[in-house]
Structure formats: structure tokens, C-alpha cells
Design a protein around this ligand. Structure first.
Ligand code: ATP
Length: 933
């Protein structure tokens, strides 16, 4: 949304790209542009602006309404067919003056199915609500010369607002006046540290959004001080609004299961209609009465629809969710469970996900010395071992007195983390582990962090951000003691600027360095020497920070150039011990792990190499290279490259899209708000439970409770088990459906009078005698080799890999056995309809046992899934009740069978079971023979 105040005078654009913007104007200019005064807007002005620009709220793409979700369920092609069947069945019943129990049962089942689908889908709608909730505070506004509290929705551009500690910023605004105003901008940056704001700056037009120190942004929090500001953008025009828009536009993909089930419905309905046509035509040619044929057609339509399937799938996914939570993966969207099973690429952050995020300084490079630091973890005790390096060209070996300690002190002063002793005597860090490591290193040289910080007070700062890759502080050093090692250069300076950050960034702002003879000009070869030092350290997997300072540098408004390089510190952030194995499991399972990090390319490659992700010569693509690639080139690059370094969060969305365009099923991790669009776009967005922001969690499908990469792989394994179980009961349920269908269809073609199975009996079978064992099949504990095979092909049909042919083959065998029984029973005057019904139910019990595994039943532990045994016992009991309990028998139109007839049914069921087991043995034998050959 662009705010335009009058046709002839547009205000500066609010978009990130085409600034000039508010931060580039003085307060006076801003007020003029916004037609506001220091007394605030008048009631008339605000009413007019509110009417024109709308309320100050995030207009997220409206989620589908409840009615719409429900309608989508009912418009499923299988359910429509069932409703049509119910209508015809009711009409027949009414014309014959019968109670329409079949029709009622069908409508109830359709309703139940729609309800299940509805419940499942409405859970998926919550992802955007966090953003909406973030923007609802009351706010202190100046209107008509008075301060008042108003709901933030009523704010308009030009309003003056007053913010103090604890307030959430309600809109984007240009600061007019501040007192020690500190903001936590985690909502936009993911960084928890406070950022200090200034009012009297005019910043360059090109200043990136997050560095606009004279502006406030919607959704951020005031953590210190107070300030007054004039609102510049509201609602979707704010930076937060733009992120929301980005999330809106990043389309949520349907999961593979949803796609496959849609395909399944079409196949089933299509084949049912074709069969019905064939049977009706055939029966009519054979001279069967049309009404009888219509009843057969209705039964066939009911038989083909697997009514129990949606419920079983929902329960299976829910069980998968439970199992995953036990393994520290929290699922936020149910279909994600199954989608995990088809993941082909996992894109992951490095720090904290692949590594422990417990940084320890291992080495300093200062002057021409390499100083190894010993010690364990965060324990502040350790020692320093010096070794001389060949100095850079034009420098003498050694180090200026005090330079090492100035480097260590700079690390403490330019950071916020604190060291904390736990009750059990161990040491921990409060705050960013990268900064904690600096405090620990200084302690090892007996430099007390607390004393340093209280002596050299911080006057201003630019906090660290991933985009900027540096942090800067201005500290008070009136006595000049801190700057002593700098010699004459620092004379008369009472403020010292200290910066730390990525070596290439810091080196770029230095023109001097501290060598053996105090501060000297940094010549080009010497700069190269330092670049090489950083490369060497990064190449051994260390995270490298460079440090610099500048005396006489008194304010953030001055450029950060012309600094003195103090040296480097290299930190070890060990890989999580379980990650190498998890990466190997990924490979075995045909999944490509990809690292996307903000860290140095060599560090990234070394860590990647250490965990087996890539080899020593692997290509590492940089964020700035990605920016140059067009979509086609990017697609080509992402198909082969597995490590990306110095990547800003925005680039992640492009990487996901490129992978998806290559046909991959992508899981992507993220923690900051800027990661949200990529998380939303990925098939599985994975947020960090410990370090992740709320917005990233809301945008995700899954949250890692332990931030650990290995947890994603475990979740994939569970996802695959779920998918394997779904395939297992799909073949079980549909095999039975095909058997029923052919049996029903054959009756009129064989000249039998009447329908073998009524719609009510079919619903009973599909829901109860098939449904209950299918649920038990969903509880199968595991399967050999799940993670040794490739993922299901993206877009693979649910009938792929032998399932389709199994369903047809088993359905035909099932039908042939039942038809033989039907013909035999009808010929011998037995109650053939009830015998068909009973045989179909009992045979399915054997089928359930056989469907557990591709191995013959004797080779697997029959009790490893006790649920199935209970399910078989229960459904057999229920089926008997349907035959022998009078009112049930009357309702379901069955005839109590004699012992002999029942034995015949059991016999035919056993033939089917034996066939299934023999077929498995035969296939096993063939596989072995194949392997031997
Ligand atoms: P990942 O994206 O995998 O979490 P990362 O944590 O290394 O990787 P960033 O936090 O964006 O990515 O850090 C990028 C670079 O910025 C680091 O390589 C380091 O040189 C520098 N850096 C990191 N933390 C700080 C900090 N607190 N102060 C100054 N510079 C830092």
C-alpha cells in the first residue's frame, strides 16, 4: 500500500527499494510532508485520513471462512457421489414405503467425513495470527493539542505518539525527540539485543531499514528510555506489513498426501462409474429388471468409496505427531507428518542446528603472533601459548606491549553477554554465545568483564545484525588508559570506538593496524596478510571475528572508516555429536542436506566437511553471488551445491523456490522473522524452539524443541513410517473394496436375483470390519530399512511401487473366492447373501494379519502389534453379533447362519488367507533367486 496525501504531492515511498524516505528528512521536513504540527493532528484531519487510508492493522490474506472450508470438504468428488447415491436410495425406499435407512446411514457418514476434514484443515489456518496479534496495543497520541490513549487501530500518518519502556511500537514512525531510547527489534531482525535510537540524525537515503536509527518500526518493543515520534506509515504500509505481505504471497503448497488423495478420489469415482455402466448394460441385455440393477449400481457406488479412509488417515497422522513430539519435533500442521516422509532436501542453518552454539575462543592473532588459548567450555580459567608467525611484508615480528589485552578488552566492551556460575559450579553464558566466548577469553587473561564495563562506560552502540555483520560501541575513556597501547594516535581522545564483526567487513573499515611498533599504516600487502590469516583460521572450521578501534571517534553519525585493526579471535563451535550420523542417515535415505549460513564460506565448508556434508573441495556459493543469478541459473546451482555462506535471510526464499522448481520436496529451517517467508514457502518449514522468534514458529509446519538437525532426520523417519503405514492400510482397504465391487457386479451378470450386499452392509464393512483393523495397522511399530531407501518420488501416485497392482490382484482373488462361495451357497439353498457378507468380513481379518508385512506371518513376531490382534477379535465378535443378536440381524437384514454355513464361510476365508501367505512366500523366493543370480 502506498500512502498518497494529495494528487500533486506524494509522500516518499514506503517501500524498501525505492527510498527516499523519512529517515532521510529532518523532523521539520517530515512534519511538513505529513501536514502535521507539534500539537498533533486535528480531529477532522484524523477522521479524513482514517476514512481514506483505513485502520492501522495488518490485512493479512483473509483465511478461508469456516463455511468455505466445510464446503471444500463436501465438494470432494467421492462425497458428492455418495450423496447422489443417498438421494436415489431414499427415493427408492420412499416409493416402496420403506424406511430409508441406507440413505440416512450414507448421509451420516458423509457428514462425519466432512467434519473430520474440516477439523483437520481449520487447524492449519493459525500461522498468520501471530503477526496480527503483534499489532494491537493502546497508544499515547497527541490530538488537538492533548495527549490521549487510543487503540492503535485509530492511528494515521501524521499522528504524534509517545513511547516509553514496555510499549510495543504501533506503527512506523520518525523520531522527533528521545531520551536513552532503546528498542528490541527482534520482531523484525530476530536479534534480542536492544538497539539505541536517535532523533536528531538525518540518515543517508540508502540506509537499510534495520539501520535507520531515527525511525521506529511497528511490532518492535521499547525496552529503555522514552521518545516522541510522528507516524509515517500504518497498517500494511509498515515494514511489518510488508513482511506480512511477503508471507501472504509466498503460497502454501499442498502436501504430497493431499495431492495423492485427490488423485485417488478421481480414479475411484471414474472406475466406479465405468463399472456401473458396464454392469447395468450387461444386466439389462441379460434381461434383469431395471430396478434391481439400479440397486446393484447403488451398492457398487457405495462399495468403491473407502469411507473409513479419511478417519484412518487422520488418526495415523495424529499418532505420527505423538511419536514425533517424543523425539522433540513438534508438528504444527497435520499433513506435514506425511510430507516429511517425502522430503528430498533439508536446508539447514549452521549455528545452533548443526553445531552446539557453545563458542570457545581457540586462538588470537595479534601483531605477528598466533596465541593459542587453552581451557574447557565456558570455564574462565586457561592459559595462552604464543607462537611467532612470519610477519607481513614491511613489519617486524612481535607485538606491541598491551596490544593483546586491548584486543581482549575490546571483545568484552563490544559485547553484552555475561558469564554466570551455576549452582553446581559449572559456568554458563547469558546472552549470545559468540559474545560469551569473548568474555571467557578475557577472564583467562585476568581481565574482569564486569570491572571493565563499569569503568569504560558505553555511550552509544550499533548492535550486531546478520545483515551488517558487525557491532560497534562507543566507550568512555577519559583517562586514556584503555587506549594506551595505541600510543600517540590516541592522545587527547576521551571516547573510543570499538567494532567487531566478520573479518572482511572490519578489515574494509581499517586503514591502520597495531603491529610491533605501535599503530602503523595498513599497506595493501599487510591487508592481504590479514585476509590470509582469517582464511587460514576459517578453513579449520573456526568462526572468525575481527576487532578494530578508533580514538577520537565520538558518535555513530561519523562513518566507521579509518579504524585501527586490533587483531582476530577465532572461536570453535563444535558440531553436535549426533549430527555426522544424522547426515549419513540422510544420505542413505536419499535426502540431500544443504547448509545455508551467515558465516564465512571456509568455516562453513570446514564444518560441512567435518560432519560429512561435503568434501574438502566442495563448491561454496556466497549470498552476494546468489543475488546475481537469474532464476534459471539459480535452479542449476541449487541442484548441485550444498553449502551457502554469508547468506542473508531474504535469499532463503529464492533458494527454496529454486529447489521446488527442480521438483524437490524441501524442508527449511529458520529462526528470525525474515525467515518466515521461506518457512512458509517450503513444504516443511522448520522453526527453532529455543532460539526461534514467535513469527518464525507461527509460519512453520514443525518446531524443533531442541534446535537440533538430528531431530529433523528423526522426524523424517517417523514421517516415512507414517507413509508406509498409510500405504499398508490403503492397500488393505482398497483391496477389499475392489473385492466387494466385483462380487456385487458379478451377481446380476451370473443371473442371481437381488443384490449380494446392501449399502448398509457395505458401510458396515468399510467402516467397522475394515476400519478397525486398518486403525491397528496404522499402529505398526516400525519397518526394516525405512531409512535405507529413497524418499517417495515427489508427486508419486499413491498406487506406485506395486500398490496398484496389489489392490487389483488381491481384489480379483478375493472376489473369485467369494463368487465361488456365492454360487455354491445360492445353489444349495443356503442364505447366500449373509454368507457372502460374512465371508467378506472374515477374510478381511486374515488380510489384515497378512498386510502387516511383506514377510510371511511366521517370520514376524505376531504379538509385536497387539492392537491388531485385539482389532481382529473385536471385529469378528461384532460380525457375529450382527448375525445372531436379533435386533441387529433385523436392522442389517442378515440371517443367523447354521454352524455348518458359518464353517463354510470360515473355510473360504482361510483359502484367501492362505493365498496371501503363499503369494508372499513365492515373492520372497523370487527375490532371493533374483539376488543370487
Ligand atoms: P547461521 O546463519 O548458520 O546461524 P551464523 O550464526 O554464523 O550462521 P550470523 O549470526 O549472521 O550467522 O553471523 C555472520 C558473521 O557475523 C559471523 O561469521 C561473524 O563473523 C559475525 N558475527 C557473528 N556474531 C557476531 C556478534 N555478536 N558481533 C559481531 N559479529 C558477529
Amino acid at each position: 500500500m502506498r500512502l498518497v496525501f494529495s494528487a500533486d504531492r506524494p509522500v516518499p515511498s514506503l517501500s524498501r527499494i525505492d527510498s527516499p524516505a523519512w529517515h532521510n528528512l529532518t523532523v521539520k521536513e517530515c512534519l511538513q510532508q505529513l501536514e502535521a504540527t507539534a500539537e498533533g493532528l486535528s480531529t477532522a484531519q484524523t477522521a479524513e485520513r482514517l476514512a481514506r487510508l483505513g485502520p492501522n492493522k495488518l490485512e493479512l490474506a483473509p483465511g478461508r471462512s469456516n463455511m468455505r472450508i466445510l464446503w471444500d470438504q463436501l465438494s470432494n468428488v467421492m462425497l458428492i457421489m455418495l450423496l447422489a447415491v443417498a438421494a436415489v436410495s431414499a427415493a427408492i425406499a420412499f416409493s416402496a414405503q420403506r424406511f430409508p435407512k441406507d440413505a440416512i446411514a450414507i448421509v451420516l457418514i458423509v457428514g462425519l467425513n466432512a467434519l473430520l476434514g474440516y477439523l483437520q484443515e481449520s487447524r492449519a489456518q493459525t500461522a498468520l495470527l501471530a503477526l496480527r496479534e503483534m499489532a494491537q496495543p493502546l497508544v499515547t497520541v497527541r490530538r488537538d493539542g492533548h495527549w490521549e490513549r487510543l487503540p492503535s487501530e485509530q492511528l494515521v500518518p501524521g499522528d504524534l505518539i509517545r513511547m516509553e519502556a514496555g510499549d510495543r511500537v504501533p506503527a512506523d514512525a520518525r523520531l522527533m525527540e528521545v531520551a536513552e531510547l532503546g528498542l528490541r527489534e527482534a520482531a523484525l531482525t530476530g536479534e534480542a539485543e536492544a538497539v539505541f535510537k536517535k532523533a536528531d540524525l538525518v540518515m543517508e537515503a540508502a540506509t537499510p531499514v534495520l539501520e535507520r536509527q531515527n525511525c521506529l518500526f511497528q511490532g518492535t518493543e521499547v525496552v529503555r528510555g522514552r521518545g516522541t515520534a510522528v507516524v509515517t506509515a500504518t497498517g500494511m504500509g509498515t515494514e511489518l506489513g510488508q513482511i506480512a505481505e511477503l508471507i501472504n504471497s509466498a503460497g502454501g503448497e499442498t502436501t504430497p498426501l493431499q495431492e495423492r488423495l485427490d488423485g485417488l478420489a478421481n480414479v475411484l469415482v471414474g472406475s466406479a462409474l465405468a463399472l456401473v455402466a458396464l454392469v447395468v448394460l450387461g444386466g439389462w441385455l441379460l434381461g434383469q429388471p431395471l430396478l434391481g440393477l439400479l440397486e446393484v449400481a447403488l451398492s457398487m457406488a457405495v462399495a468403491i468409496v473407502p469411507e473409513g479412509l479419511p478417519a484412518v488417515i487422520t488418526v495415523t497422522l495424529a499418532i505420527g505427531t505423538q511419536r514425533m513430539v517424543q523425539r522433540a519435533a513438534l508438528i504444527r500442521r497435520l499433513p506435514a507428518v506425511e510430507a516429511l516422509g517425502s522430503v528430498t532436501v533439508i536446508c539447514t542453518d549452521k549455528t545452533g542446528t548443526l553445531t552446539l552454539n557453545r563458542q570457545v575462543v581457540e586462538e588470537l592473532r595479534c601483531g605477528s603472533q598466533s596465541i593459542a588459548v587453552s581451557g574447557r567450555g565456558y570455564d574462565p580459567h586457561g592459559s595462552f601459548t604464543v607462537s611467532e608467525l612470519a610477519p607481513p611484508e614491511g613489519a617486524v615480528p612481535g607485538i606491541t606491549a598491551g596490544a593483546r589485552d586491548l584486543l581482549l578488552a575490546a571483545g568484552v566492551l563490544c559485547s553484552d553477554a555475561e558469564l554466570k556460575k551455576e549452582e553446581d559450579g559449572s559456568w554458563d553464558v547469558l546472552g549470545d554465545p559468540t559474545e560469551g566466548a569473548l568474555v571467557v577469553a578475557a577472564s583467562k587473561a585476568s581481565l574482569d568483564g564486569f570491572a571493565l564495563r563499569s569503568h569504560y562506560k558505553r555511550k552509544a552502540e550499533i548492535p550486531f545484525s546478520s545483515e551488517r555483520q558487525l557491532m560497534a560501541v562507543w566507550v568512555d575513556d577519559t583517562t586514556g588508559t584503555l587506549q594506551q597501547p595505541l600510543g600517540d594516535v590516541s592522545k587527547g581522545s576521551s571516547t573510543l570506538l570499538i567494532t567487531k564483526g566478520a573479518p572482511e567487513v572490519i578489515l574494509g573499515s581499517c586503514d591502520r593496524w597495531i603491529g610491533n611498533h605501535g599503530v602503523a599504516v595498513l599497506s595493501d600487502p599487510q591487508r592481504q596478510w590479514w585476509v590470509e590469516q582469517a582464511r587460514q583460521l576459517a578453513a579449520s572450521g573456526l568462526r572468525v571475528l575481527a576487532f578494530a578501534c578508533a580514538p577520537h571517534h565520538t558518535s555513530p553519525e561519523q562513518s566507521l572508516d579509518h579504524q585501527v585493526l586490533l587483531g582476530l579471535m577465532a572461536q570453535l563451535d563444535p558440531a553436535r555429536p549426533e549430527v555426522a550420523e544424522a547426515v549419513a542417515r540422510c544420505r542413505e535415505a536419499g535426502i540431500r542436506p544443504v547448509m545455508i549460513t551467515g558465516d564465512h564460506p571456509l568455516t562453513a565448508r570446514a564444518i560441512g566437511q567435518g560432519i560429512g556434508l561435503v568434501d574438502a573441495n566442495a563448491e561454496v556459493v556466497l549470498g552476494r553471488e546468489l543475488e546475481q543469478f537469474n532464476d534459471a541459473r539459480l535452479q542449476e546451482v541449487v541442484s548441485r551445491c550444498s553449502v551457502y555462506a554469508r547468506v542473508p535471510p531474504e535469499q532463503k526464499l529464492r533458494i527454496v523456490k529454486a529447489l521446488q522448481a527442480n521438483g524437490q520436496v524441501v524442508a527449511m529451517t529458520g529462526d528470525g522473522v525474515n525467515d518466515a517467508p521461506a518457512l512458509k514457502q517450503a513444504h516443511i518449514g522448520v522453526a527453532m524452539g529455543i532460539t526461534g522468534t514467535e513469527v518464525s514458529k507461527e509460519a512453520s509446519d514443525m518446531v524443533l524443541l531442541d534446535d537440533n538437525f538430528a531431530t529433523i532426520v528423526n522426524a523424517v523417519e517417523e514421517g516415512r513410517l507414517v507413509y508406509a503405514n498409510i500405504r499398508r492400510f490403503v492397500k488393505y482397504i482398497l483391496g477389499s473394496n475392489v473385492g466387494e465391487l466385483i462380487t456385487i457386479a458379478s451377481a446380476p451378470l451370473l443371473g442371481m436375483v437381488g443384490v449380494p450386499l446392501s449399502p448398509l452392509q457395505i458401510l458396515w464393512m468399510n467402516l467397522v470390519t475394515d476400519g478397525v483393523p486398518a486403525l491397528a495397522l496404522a499402529l505398526e511399530p516400525g519397518e526394516e530399512g525405512l531409512m535405507q531407501r529413497p524418499p517417495a518420488e515427489p508427486g508419486e501416485s499413491i498406487f506406485a511401487r506395486g500398490i496398484g497392482s496389489y489392490i487389483l490382484r488381491i481384489g480379483v482373488v478375493f472376489a473369485v473366492i467369494t463368487i465361488v462361495l456365492m454360487v455354491y451357497a445360492a445353489g444349495s439353498g443356503a442364505p447366500w447373501k449373509t454368507m457372502v457378507f460374512t465371508t467378506l468380513c472374515l477374510a478381511q481379518m486374515g488380510h489384515a494379519l497378512a498386510a502387516r508385512s511383506d514377510l510371511p506371518l511366521v517370520q514376524i513376531n505376531p504379538f509385536s502389534n497387539p492392537w491388531l490382534i485385539w482389532a481382529v477379535v473385536l471385529t469378528t465378535g461384532l460380525q457375529m453379533a450382527l448375525l445372531y443378536v436379533p435386533f441387529l440381524s433385523k436392522f442389517f437384514e442378515t440371517t443367523p447362519l447354521s454352524l455348518q454355513d458359518l464353517a463354510i464361510c470360515v473355510g473360504f476365508s482361510l483359502i484367501f488367507f492362505s493365498y496371501l501367505e503363499i503369494e508372499k512366500l513365492w515373492r520372497l523366493w523370487r527375490r532371493r533367486a533374483h539376488a543370487d543370480a
